[in-house]
Design a protein around this ligand. Structure first.
Ligand code: COA
Length: 267
């Protein structure tokens, strides 16, 4: 349905889960994809998977930690040499662990703020010159925690709320450059590390599914489809939007479900 032949797509955190699902969908639609991660084995596996998905391009992997500005700058020098320009940037680096604020270390809070918020700023800023060449666009992968307070997630709530305000602020500043910036808020997406951490048993995952108005947990393809749409000309008048793709979870069920998870994880 979407044609990304010969487009250049950079996926930060693209070695697994939702972000790898997005990388795969763009490769299937014809794009050349570069994934960024921290773990070399996971990067190699992801690139091999993309190569099998679309053998017409040489897909590549780059390793850096989004928290470290010098690493990010060095990584973007490599990316500039590989791609020349970026049509679509998926900013999806994230860190999470469940902990009550009163027992969370300051460094634990900072680690998540640095990965999710400062890391996003580092990446978007370094990507700007490569995006500007082609009026490319940016999709940030946010989380329900950006809007809905959740027990044991104070660090993620604070960081992701910041990520979405970064989306809106940069959409405002970079609109005149022809660059669109949007956020996707995924709901509970099955078979992802993030969801498995928050709902570690099949029973809990079924309870979450029952709290979703559409009565199922999501698939990584649900998120990838929204990314394909947002980066396409069909969405050419959409910028600064924060879009839930969650089967209606954020309409109310999420608060109940997360309260339940928090309660169970303390038992
Ligand atoms: N519970 C409590 N604190 C934790 C923690 C956990 N499960 N995991 C990390 N932290 C704290 C550490 O104790 C440390 O703080 P300290 O110095 O006061 O002890 C701080 O976070 C940094 O942790 P570190 O070990 O240096 O690892 P990191 O910098 O690689 O941290 C995290 C990355 C914090 C995101 C870590 O939780 C992690 O690696 N998570 C797995 C990957 C992930 O989150 N994927 C995304 C899923 S959505």
């Amino acid at each position: 349905m979407f044609d990304y032949h010969n487009k250049h797509v950079l996926v930060i955190g693209g070695t697994s889960g939702i972000n790898l699902g997005i990388a795969t969908a763009f490769a299937q639609a014809g794009a050349r994809v570069v994934v960024v991660g921290r773990n070399h084995d996971k990067i190699n596996e992801a690139v091999e998977h993309l190569q099998q998905t679309n053998p017409n391009h040489q897909h590549l992997g780059v390793s850096f930690d989004v928290r470290n500005l010098e690493d990010v700058k060095a990584g973007f020098s490599q990316i500039a040499a590989m791609l020349g320009h970026i049509d679509v940037l998926i900013s999806g680096a994230a860190g999470n662990f469940p902990a009550l604020a009163e027992s969370m270390s300051e460094n634990g809070f900072k680690a998540v703020m640095d990965i999710d918020l400062l890391g996003s700023f580092h990446v978007l800023k370094q990507a700007l010159p490569l995006l500007q060449l082609v009026k490319g666009n940016i999709i940030q992968i946010s989380a329900p925690q950006a809007n809905i307070a959740m027990a044991m997630q104070a660090h993620v709530c604070a960081a992701k709320a910041g990520v979405d305000m970064l989306t809106k602020s940069l959409a405002l500043e970079w609109g005149s450059k022809g660059i669109r910036v949007n956020s996707i808020i995924p709901g509970p997406i099955a078979n992802t590390e993030g969801f498995n951490r928050l709902a570690p048993t099949a029973e809990l995952q079924q309870e979450v599914a029952a709290s979703v108005p559409l009565q199922r947990n999501g698939d990584t393809k649900d998120i990838a489809n929204m990314a394909l749409f947002l980066a396409s000309p069909l969405a050419s008048y959409v910028t600064g939007a924060i879009i839930p793709v969650d089967g209606g979870w954020s309409l109310g069920g999420v608060s109940t479900a997360m309260a339940l998870l928090a309660q169970k994880s303390q038992q």
